[in-house]
Write a protein that binds this ligand. Structure first.
Ligand code: GTP
Length: 306
């Protein structure tokens, strides 16, 4: 594999355009959010576009001359105590399995522990390139850093080990370059324009979509899109108005069920899960609409935010 980080010879051909998804994982407090913000804060256009078959909550799209890096967020893996916990873990694994590069964050100032080993074991099985990111290097001196880097290198067979400080900014640019190196050759995934993103609404839409597919996955595999039209909070009550888009009237009948019985179940189940997600009461209003062949019609797709 050629290394695009190396300066190209004057007569070398243009490097291939690369584009893909990356996320940062790691145990609580490892510095994932701060690092994402350090990258997002500088030069990323936030986007609300969401490829229809993925579960990514997009934090930002970094546009570079020869690459596009899409940073996605995942909730952390945790010990599942409830069905929702298990479903969230499934969601995390589904996201992890779809990204091209995973940055495993390991704090420079803390020993590697069982939590780090657990996550390392999980991500080693995925197809993504795994880069170890040693975070918070501003907190320790060079000799301790050297020891930590070698301990990290012993943890697993990482593609790279990159030390970084999100607080001082040291090595943040290098990390972006390294991650970009491992993205696949691909055309640009997102347009250049900026959008804003409301991650909670994306998760809410995802929970409604999961609930609507429950038990009828074979009949409606990818034919449902959910758009949260409105979401307002007053005290501990959140009112959510969402539209479920299907492709055909026959699919609408499946989602709604006899005398609306199934749609009611879909709503009850989704509401319970959204209440757990938001930690408050939820009023959920669902409408089923037919958007004919929406998956193949770019105009409809744009309207639905894809
Ligand atoms: N000194 C220093 N502190 C940092 C750095 N990055 C993160 N921190 C601090 O470490 C703590 C945890 O950082 P987060 O970014 O919230 O960690 P996280 O992995 O997203 O944590 P969870 O949301 O609990 O999973 C915060 O107090 C940060 O301010 C860094 O580069 N240097």
């Amino acid at each position: 594999m050629t290394d695009p980080a190396q300066p190209a010879a004057p007569d070398a051909p243009e490097p291939a355009y690369r584009a893909g998804f990356a996320c940062f994982v790691g145990r609580p407090n490892a510095g994932k959010s701060t690092l994402t913000n350090a990258i997002v804060g500088q030069k990323i256009a936030i986007t609300s576009n969401k490829p229809q078959t993925t579960r990514h909550v997009i934090r930002g799209v970094l546009h570079q001359p020869q690459a596009q890096l899409v940073l996605v967020d995942t909730p952390g893996l945790h010990r599942p105590r409830t069905l929702l916990g298990e479903r969230l873990n499934d969601l995390v694994r589904a996201t992890w399995s779809e990204v091209d590069v995973i940055g495993l964050c390991l704090p420079a100032d803390e020993q590697i522990g069982p939590g780090d080993r657990f996550i390392t074991g999980e991500i080693e099985q995925l197809r993504a390139t795994v880069i170890a990111v040693v975070t918070k290097i501003d907190l320790i001196d060079r000799s301790r850093l050297a020891k930590q880097l070698s301990a990290v290198a012993d943890l697993a067979d990482f593609a790279e080990v990159v030390p970084v400080s999100a607080v001082s900014g040291e090595q943040v640019g290098t990390l972006v370059d390294v991650v970009t190196t491992y993205l696949p050759e691909s055309p640009q995934l997102y347009p250049d324009e900026m959008f804003t993103e409301e991650p909670t609404q994306v998760l809410v839409a995802e929970l409604v979509r999961e609930s609507a597919l429950e038990g009828v996955r074979d009949e409606l595999p990818h034919s449902i899109a959910v758009v949260v039209e409105e979401m307002t909070t007053e005290g501990d009550l959140t009112r959510i108005f969402a539209d479920l888009y299907v492709e055909r009237p026959s699919q609408k009948a499946i989602v709604i069920g006899r005398r609306g019985a199934r749609l009611k179940e879909v709503g009850t189940r989704a509401r319970a899960e959204i209440e757990q997600l938001l930690g408050g009461r939820v009023y959920l209003d669902l409408h089923v609409r037919v958007a004919k062949d929406w998956q193949r019609d770019p105009r409809q797709l744009r309207k639905l935010g894809f």
